[in-house]
Design a protein around this ligand. Structure first.
Ligand code: ARG
Ligand code: ZN
Length: 487
């Protein structure tokens, strides 16, 4: 929260405290509630609860304003209407959550949208908006461990999130063709109120009404589609929880193609008009999934596919069960493998802090190598990858080595070193442990942290337990020093 709002809120909440007390209340924050001064006196009701202001950030080391403290979201129910001519979004977001402290107020992340009203149980709540924070004030303390639902009505023209710490632009991209939502570490707050941190995974239920000549695409399963004379309403549901930044949206001329089911996984792609989508030969997801299931354990979700946009994006993004690709990279098998591997590493297992980004990118990059190794009988991973990058660093190609991948800093979140060096570390570890123990540890890591956030400590401990060896120095040298460890 911005200091001025925080100060104002503190003052207004204090005013609530010092209104005259009249007996038997168990919650602070209502007008008849005892003040904190009264609550220190001996004759006071023992059940008096002092609430706290929910933190405007979740405590991320790199992005202090992402996420919020004091509660967890279980579901976002988003009812949206899009006017493509005015580029205007009207939204009603109902957020189902649980308090994990006694809350006087809580924050949601929301960037650039106008909030019309906030309500809980059909009663309007007081709110403040400053920069990318929406503060919602409760009429009385929301007691710890209470399930709640808050509805926020809002509107505006969504755009990119303004945050100088972000490594790349992210948010809601408007173009002449339509809309694409993409961004890591954040895009959601550009279009709906959210607890925008991968620590807080939730279900998404998204309904969008828009002119019938446009398609609406998002993650998960299309559960209904209904039209009237002019407009169509599309409704999607995610089967599993997902981190907010892993939600994508696309609006334009898209068609769902190449549906197939294998191993109980529904494969479907959403392809924008004009994209040359790769043939089965150049997008062999079935083979990739089989290989990764063998190495990492079962594919964690019920569906998968690619959202292919008619644009050269220059990157791909592992949005949950529907990875975003531009037409420039959609045929690239290594990147196809990379984004698929993120479904285990990054999506099923989320980050606890963005400074641990190597856990996502290192594993997804190493997975590319594992895939190449499996499908090409002649592929020599030591030569093609490990020795190759060592020799590059000998030749002074420092950008694969620096900044230190264990702590690259927010703006260098996706530097080459964050991808390459941890992948090299994993290969070095595999050479040291041997294949059976290494892959056993990797699968154990997925089993232990799937559906949760992992930490580097948790990752390292899993391998230490299996190797029966202290690996602290090993990871220190590989991830936190300026140079690669000697060969
Ligand atoms: N996690 C993404 C990947 O694995 C990184 C996306 C970086 N964003 C960007 N706009 N380049 O490739
Ligand atoms: Zn990646």
């Amino acid at each position: 929260m911005i200091p001025s709002v925080r100060k104002y809120l503190t003052i207004s909440l204090l005013l609530l405290f010092i209104t005259p007390a009249c007996g038997q209340r168990s919650q602070v924050g209502q007008s008849e509630t005892p003040s904190p001064a009264v609550s220190q006196s001996a004759d006071l009701d023992k059940e008096t609860v002092i609430g706290e202001i929910g933190n405007p950030g979740v405590g991320d080391r790199y992005f202090p304003m992402l996420g919020n403290g004091g509660y967890d979201v279980t579901e976002y129910d988003l009812q949206l209407t899009w006017d493509p001519n005015l580029r205007f979004l009207s939204g009603s977001a109902t957020i189902y959550g649980t308090s994990n402290i006694n809350l006087l107020s809580l924050n949601l992340d929301l960037s650039g949208m106008k909030v019309l009203s906030v309500s809980m149980d059909d009663a309007n709540l007081q709110f403040f908006v400053e920069e990318n924070e929406l503060t919602v004030v409760f009429p009385s303390v929301l007691i710890k461990n209470t399930d709640f639902s808050i509805t926020v009505d809002y509107e505006g023209t969504p755009g990119l999130i303004n945050d100088s710490l972000f490594p790349f632009e992210g948010g809601w991209f408007n173009s002449a063709r339509g809309v694409l939502v993409a961004g890591e570490p954040s895009s959601s707050q550009a279009w709906h109120p959210v607890n925008d941190h991968p620590k807080d995974r939730a279900h998404f239920n998204i309904s969008m009404t828009l002119p019938s000549d446009l398609s609406f695409v998002t993650n998960g399963v299309l559960v209904s589609k209904s039209s009237d004379a002019k407009s169509t309403t599309w409704e999607y549901e995610t089967e599993h929880e997902q981190a907010p930044y892993l939600t994508t949206i696309a609006i334009g001329k898209f068609s769902q193609t190449f549906e197939q089911t294998f191993d109980e996984i529904q494969i479907r792609h959403w392809v924008e008009e004009g994209v040359q989508f790769p043939s089965q030969e150049n997008l062999n997801l079935e083979t990739m999934i089989i290989i990764f299931e063998e190495l990492f354990g079962p594919y964690p979700f019920g569906d998968y596919g690619i959202l292919a946009v008619n644009e050269n994006l220059g990157y791909a993004l592992e949005t949950q069960t529907l990875s975003i690709f531009g037409k420039d990279l959609v045929g690239n098998q290594q990147i196809q493998a990379h984004e698929l591997a993120h479904q285990w590493f990054g999506n099923f297992i989320t980050l606890d802090d963005w400074s641990d980004i190597w856990l996502n990118e290192g594993l997804a990059t190493y997975a590319e190598q594992l895939y190449l190794e499996k499908v090409n009988p002649n592929y020599n991973i030591d030569e093609s990858f490990f020795e190759y990058y060592y020799s590059l660093s000998d030749q002074g190609y420092e950008f694969h080595v620096k900044p230190r991948p264990g702590d690259p800093g927010p703006t260098a979140l996706f530097s080459s070193s964050v991808y390459i060096r941890p992948a090299m570390a994993l290969h070095a570890l595999r050479l040291e442990m041997g294949d059976p123990l290494f892959f056993q540890s990797l699968r154990e890591y997925v089993r232990t942290f799937g559906g949760k956030s992992a930490t580097p400590e948790g990752f390292i401990e899993t391998f230490e337990d299996n190797a029966n060896k202290d690996l602290e120095l090993f990871f220190q040298q590989w991830l936190f020093e300026d140079q690669l460890p000697p060969r």
